[in-house]
Design a protein around this ligand. Sequence first.
Ligand SMILES: Nc1nc2c(c(=O)[nH]1)N[C@H]1C(S)=C(S)[C@@H](COP(=O)(O)OP(=O)(O)OC[C@H]3O[C@@H](n4cnc5c(=O)[nH]c(N)nc54)[C@H](O)[C@@H]3O)O[C@H]1N2
Ligand SMILES: Nc1nc2c(c(=O)[nH]1)N[C@H]1C(S)=C(S)[C@@H](COP(=O)(O)OP(=O)(O)OC[C@H]3O[C@@H](n4cnc5c(=O)[nH]c(N)nc54)[C@H](O)[C@@H]3O)O[C@H]1N2
Ligand code: SF4
Ligand SMILES: [Mo]
Length: 710
Amino acid sequence: MANDGTKTRHITCVLCEASCGLEVQVRGSEIVSIKGHAEDPLSRGHICPKGVALQDLHNDPDRLRRPVKRVGDDWVEVEWPEAIDLAAELLGGVQERHGRDAVATYLGNPNVHSIGALTHGTAIPRALGSKHVFSATSVDQLPHHLVAWAMYGHQFLLPVPDIDRTRLLVLVGTNPMASNGSLWTVPDFPGRLRELRSRGGRLVVLDPRRTETAAMADEHHFVRPGTDATLLLALVHVVLTEGLARPAAYVDDLNELGVAVADFTPELAESVSGVAAKAIRDLARDVAVGRAAVHGRMGVSTQEFGVVCQWAIQCLMAITGNLDRPGGTMFTSPAIDIIERGLVGRGHRGRTTSGVRGLPEFGGELPVSVLAEEMAGPAPAIRGIITVAGNPVSSTPAGARLADRLAELEAVVAIDPYINETTRNAHVILPPTGPLERDHYDLIFHTLAVRNTTRWSSALFPRGADQRHDWEIARDLVLALARRRGRRLPLKQRIRLAASPRLSIDVLLRSTRRGLSVRKLARTPGGVDLGPLEPRFPDRLRTQDHRIALTPTVLTSGLAALRARLPEMRAAALSDDLLLIGRRHQRDNNSWMHNTTRLTRGRPRHQLLMHPDDLAARGITDGSLVTVASEVSSLQVEVKSSDEVMPGVVSLPHGYGHRRPGVRLSNAVEVPGVTMNDLTDPARVEGVSGNAVLNGIPVVVTPAAMSAKH
Ligand SMILES: Nc1nc2c(c(=O)[nH]1)N[C@H]1C(S)=C(S)[C@@H](COP(=O)(O)OP(=O)(O)OC[C@H]3O[C@@H](n4cnc5c(=O)[nH]c(N)nc54)[C@H](O)[C@@H]3O)O[C@H]1N2
Ligand SMILES: Nc1nc2c(c(=O)[nH]1)N[C@H]1C(S)=C(S)[C@@H](COP(=O)(O)OP(=O)(O)OC[C@H]3O[C@@H](n4cnc5c(=O)[nH]c(N)nc54)[C@H](O)[C@@H]3O)O[C@H]1N2
Ligand code: SF4
Ligand SMILES: [Mo]
């Protein structure tokens, strides 16, 4: 401690998957500084502007600290017991009147960044027992889970690029310079990329936009949105036809794979994707050399052929012997192994289906694209909802439609610290503590990290007497639901609910027999380094025979739809139609964190990016207001001329557009921009998984002045 009472503390940043270790100077209840923790074995001192903004989040006067209930158009603070009982009454009442399935749960992104949500949050949908469970997974990484389940036998066997040892890194539809990596905990991506380059390694990026990551690459190819599947299958095709395959002994069905991809030649891929056949051949040969890692994320997850894309990438890694090898894509050995411990199920598909469209569940969840339709009609299936750390009005397709439905529901409960586009529709809001007021342990992100480490993060500040942690809210709500039904929960369940996350993690750490405990980790700033990733297959495979089948029917079934779309894709490549894609910025965080000027000041970044040739062809001037119309809706936004996007492609960020009535985000409502998901279409889902299509949306862009005349 310094003379003035300043203390140095080490915590984990929970704002993105990078999970950086931070060093914070605190004086009493005041934050003096936040910087990266240089000694952290995983994040090595990295920090981004969002990490610094944790203090703004902590001090934000708009952040709720006590529950509120809606009375007319006003919000009234209520005591915790009353708020919990009200929530249980609202949700339980709907179930009593209309059946269990009448209440839906939406689990949003920050759940995976909160240990209490992970240890206790899932008890809420379990207590409700409704088939209507939704999460951000189906506007995000669902294809990865489905492919991992079908090929490796467990939805969480997700390989991560071994960036620290690779020779060739190929990034498809992902921009880690802005996002800091996804399904890939890779803090200090810029530093790791520099090291890769200085070892003589190369980065290749495939993206319709010359992103911040593409700008750092040795090679960047513009790909027409939604066509990557042909390109990725062509890579597999080249490896197989040129005799370059050298899979591990536990990989089966090479011949079947050859048959499946026979028609996906580099020339076909060129005709729809715009990437030269020669470049595809060269890339396939380079990947086959070894120590190569291919990683595909949002751009190839939330698009029409997301499952085929992720399947093709896994096949490519497996047949070239890059899977589970140093320098390729690898699996972690986390201290708390969520797979081995059974903390996450292996996955299942089709046990239930959605009512209107009949889309299958995966892993106990239905695709969120069906949420609004299940609330519609004279006898809607869903009449109440609880959202936990989610803002689906902003983050799911045709969110505006969902907002209208939410306003009519009999019960809307939110566990959320803000009154935003979604929670303004709630009858009661239960706000949890913020990231600096709670303990943290990365159950999920240690499982996806580029290095095996284990780190405990103690709350920086104690919670106020009138605040509750998310795990306490989940515990109390589950108990209140049971009480309302006149039931006593089984002892085992009560014990589990009563155990704090700290206690649960401690028990799990101690049982690893590696001499680990929360206490020990809490005394070791940055945590314990458990070393580089190591080969884990075939032991870690969870398929019955501990082998990998390359062509499970559920995955190859996506090929028919792809073949059927080829003529249209070819025609589209020659037309001047526009396709809309998303983008992320380093200082944005999905649909929240716009309430801090530290992150929102500076040049505006909400505009529609459009290629100068496309602007000229439509007589649109740079900076003017344009109308962007999709099949479902239209909106107006400023356009920005940019040759970063390829001709025929326009780009908008998501998570903007806070100027909706009732939103209580005093700074965010000043932030210009529109809600991109007013343009996305819930009818457009990936055919196998039901994942939302958020990239490659056909749109028409016209000058706003002109469309006003019509
Ligand atoms: N068009 C388009 N749409 C997209 C995407 C895209 O790329 N393009 N990306 C998609 C992706 S990948 C994702 S993950 C989703 C994210 O979408 P959501 O799952 O809706 O998550 P966020 O937008 O991050 O909203 C977070 C919510 O949680 C609240 N919150 C923050 N911290 C906590 C906490 O600790 N506890 C609780 N209880 N609440 C908290 C915030 O106030 C906010 O309401 O959006 C998806 N939507
Ligand atoms: N700063 C910041 N960091 C974040 C987030 C954030 O909102 N802000 N969100 C977090 C979350 S929830 C997630 S899931 C991750 C996502 O992490 P990333 O996947 O890295 O996120 P994006 O920046 O959306 O990258 C998607 C890329 O795909 C490209 N793309 C779009 N369509 C296509 C296509 O058809 N084909 C190809 N090849 N590319 C395409 C886009 O141009 C974009 O560059 O980021 C996380 N980190
Ligand atoms: S990169 Fe992610 S984890 Fe690291 S400081 Fe930024 S927001 Fe936090
Ligand atoms: Mo995400």
